[in-house]
Design a binder for this molecule. Structure first.
Ligand code: HPA
Ligand code: ZN
Length: 326
């Protein structure tokens, strides 16, 4: 109906998007052919058939394998540019995108190659689409803190090209407290700081991200619902949660969208907004996430508007820019 049309067209801030998670099967196969990389899939249907995940880890295994087709600056440009065109068509006007440098440097891809491709696409997005893009580098939490520190130091020659540090990958058994020093270093450098917490992991990991890493936003954070004291703190301090409903269903955090707690988080006064995480793997970009979740939970137009406004409240943008969108 009318609400769906309004939501599709409404200006959006995308704050939880992994650029490697925008690799559509068509591009994965094309890049594999371009570089002579062997993939265990015969065609696009076979790739899509493999996307039957049972947990975060079952997804990450395929996601890191898929990223192996990205080799040169042109590949990183093509990946990001394809995403930016889709995002602009979806109403996204501002995107804060995650990239996982360690996934690529571990394969021998120099940091310079990554930035060359991504920054070229970012410039095109601004000039050709009017889409503002900012990069957030994520530390892979299944690796050591020293490796995360080395990644951050290796990225410093490109400091002007990123605004923040994040924490992603396998959450279980990799608590935020293991990364205190790298987040301290990031804050000293004047970077924004965010962390994935409470996707599959316990509410305690959200407390650690806030108190030990001193993050400004929590990515996912849905497990906060099981801790009333944490809910009160998140509401009182308006700590943003960047929630990704289709991701949560695909990774079996909830059995279907009607069981997603987005409405309850919103009703509790939290600054929750809706994003897409790894849209090529999870079956929908930000517009799909919004429209499908609003429909499944029967959210009102006012609640839907609040979700969109929260995205701009949570964005790392200057106040005049924020005021234009709120
Ligand atoms: N969680 C953790 N790590 C990730 C995710 C996620 O949802 N997507 C890409 N890396
Ligand atoms: Zn994520």
């Amino acid at each position: 109906g009318r609400l769906v049309e309004l939501l599709k067209r409404a200006p959006k801030a995308e704050l939880h998007l992994h650029i490697e998670g925008t690799l559509e099967p068509e591009m994965m196969l094309a890049l594999a052919r371009r570089h002579g990389v062997a993939l265990p899939y015969a065609d696009v249907e076979a790739v899509r058939a493999a996307y039957a995940f049972t947990s975060l880890q079952s997804f990450l295994d395929l996601y890191y394998a898929g990223a192996g087709v990205l080799r040169d600056a042109q590949d990183f440009h093509d990946l990001a540019w394809a995403y930016f065109q889709r995002a602009a068509a979806d109403g996204v006007v501002h995107a804060e995108c995650f990239v996982d440098p360690q996934t690529h440097t571990a394969r021998g891809i120099p940091m310079a190659v990554l930035f060359e491709g991504l920054v070229a696409a970012q410039r095109r997005a601004q000039t050709e689409l009017g889409l503002s893009v900012q990069w957030i580098l994520c530390v892979l939490r299944h690796l050591s803190e020293d490796e995360g520190l080395a990644m951050l130091e290796a990225a410093l020659p490109y400091r002007e090209h990123f605004i923040g540090l994040g924490l992603d990958s396998s959450e279980r058994d990799h608590p935020p407290r293991q990364f205190v020093r790298v987040f301290e270093r990031a804050r000293a450098l004047g970077l924004h700081v965010v962390a994935h917490a409470g996707e599959e992991g316990p509410p305690d990991y959200i407390w650690q991200a806030l108190d030990l890493l001193q993050v400004q936003r929590i990515d996912h954070g849905v497990q906060a619902l099981h801790d009333p004291a944490l809910m009160q703190r998140l509401a009182r301090e308006r700590v943003p949660l960047t929630v990704c409903p289709l991701s949560n269903v695909k990774l079996c955090v909830y059995p279907d969208l009607t069981r997603h707690p987005l409405g309850r988080l919103l009703d509790a006064g939290l600054c929750v907004s809706v994003h897409s995480d790894d849209p090529a793997y999870f079956g929908g970009y930000v517009g799909d996430n919004l429209v499908q979740t609003v429909a499944a939970l029967g959210l009102s137009a006012r609640q839907a508007w609040r979700l969109l406004a929260n995205g701009f409240e949570a964005a790392f943008i200057d106040e005049p820019t924020r005021a234009r969108y709120l």
